[in-house]
Unconditional design. Structure first.
Length: 254
């Protein structure tokens, strides 16, 4: 971390310089660095990070950087069509910061039609082949294949003038097959303090699912309160220790 030498700490250049230093340090010894800027464009929390990567694109050269923007393309049932305005406004907000997206990843509950992708490309100033439709899928492991089928990997390699062999997804496809064709199933009862909010235990739930995938079994997770139930396994996530739950304390002794 760079020192400010007793100067008044400012967002620019002190915070943005620190962000850039972290990115460059993380990229040492690697050919490509993938940097995720979370949040929503326009949020005050993300502005220093967006400013930092804008500066990096200028400093290391636009030919060495690529901006990929994930946007929402909602489907309006009443109109029977997807709406591209949220994406257009999001890109407009990015442009006001000084960032022109090179690739747009359009999230939707269904495939974005070709004519709508062409519309997005026109109004957002990107090539049509750089507008990628990322629809909902029943398994997150299908996403790499979905992106590859639209040529995203080839587009990125050409953008950076990289000579890369054809991606072999045979092993990945085997994982998808095994997930869809499990050899058995197990039930895990998970006792938690906030079971009415399943996302509170998202990381634990995904870890259990990964374990099931590794062992070719479907993991059925039952979110339960402080009462014990018959299961083949138990998982007791942490809650706020300041407010102990007698049921959570009682469970391990049963």
């Amino acid at each position: 971390m760079a020192t400010t030498w007793a100067a008044t700490v400012q967002v620019i250049p002190h915070i943005t310089n620190a962000i850039k230093e972290r990115v460059l340090a993380g990229g040492e010894g690697h050919d490509v660095v993938l940097v995720e800027i979370g949040g929503t464009v326009g949020d005050i929390e993300s502005l220093p990070f967006l400013e930092a990567i804008r500066q990096m694109a200028v400093e290391i050269g636009r030919e060495h950087t690529l901006f990929m923007h994930l946007t929402l393309v909602p489907y309006m049932a009443a109109a029977g069509e997807v709406k591209t305005k949220p994406t257009q406004h999001s890109v407009k907000e990015l442009l006001s910061i000084g960032i022109q997206p090179d690739i747009l990843i359009c999230r939707s509950d269904r495939a974005v039609p070709a004519n709508e992708r062409a519309k997005i490309a026109l109004f957002c100033n990107v090539p049509e082949k750089a507008v990628i439709s990322l629809k909902d899928v029943d398994s997150i492991y299908k996403i790499p294949g979905l992106l590859k089928s639209q040529g995203l990997d080839d587009y990125i390699c050409k953008r950076f003038s990289l000579t890369c062999p054809e991606a072999n997804l045979a092993e990945w496809e085997q994982v998808i097959y095994e997930e869809a064709n499990p050899a058995g199933e197990v039930t895990i009862g998970m006792v938690g303090k906030y079971i009415e909010l399943p996302d509170a235990y998202k990381s634990v739930i995904e870890a259990l699912k990964h374990g099931g995938l590794k062992n070719r079994v479907t993991v059925n997770i039952k979110l339960i309160d402080s009462q014990d139930v018959e299961t083949r396994g138990r998982r007791n996530p942490q809650g706020f220790r300041r407010y102990p739950d007698p049921g959570r304390l009682r469970l391990p002794r049963r």
